[in-house]
Design a protein around this ligand. Sequence first.
Ligand code: ZN
Length: 200
Amino acid sequence: MLSVRSMPPSECLSLLGLTEPVSVEQIKQSYRRLAHHLHPDRNGGDEAAHQRFMLVTEAYRTLVLASQAVERGRQVGTCVHCGRFGEVARGVDGSSLCTRCVLSPRGGRLLPMPVLVVARCLTAIALICVAGYLLLQALAAEDARRVVAYSAAASASGLLSLLALAWTCVTVRVCLTHHERNLSRSYREAENGRRSRRRS
Ligand SMILES: [Zn+2]
């Protein structure tokens, strides 16, 4: 069976019998018309019509979710991991990942880390190294005042690194929750839209 997963937006449009440029309203109209003809209830178990209905619905869903993402000011493109077209987030290496692959550990990486989060992680690592170095200096020092000074500096550096790590964890958690909420909301909206059309 054909899959919309690897299909660019132009092919999704041609499944709906449309070509660019096109408005969201035209996409909706075309889908309503096709779904009316291909709906399983009207085709008495015709497998070909059913397959086409599924394909057209998936293409419609892909296009609507993408246009909703654009309206919210999000980036839209093709995911380098699964090939799905839709809302994407950019990874540190500049590659685009869809919202599912970004959240899935099977996507290879859990998050496209914002530059600030990466910088904070590196700072924490550097501070831990400095704390270790100062601790060694404190152990090697013979003068009691130097021992106290080095120990104090090592503790301060260790504490700062822990703070930087905690801050990073909170940022990542907030970022993940935000992503999940947006994702489930856009699916809910698309689902509600489909249901209300089915009723009408
Ligand atoms: Zn993906």
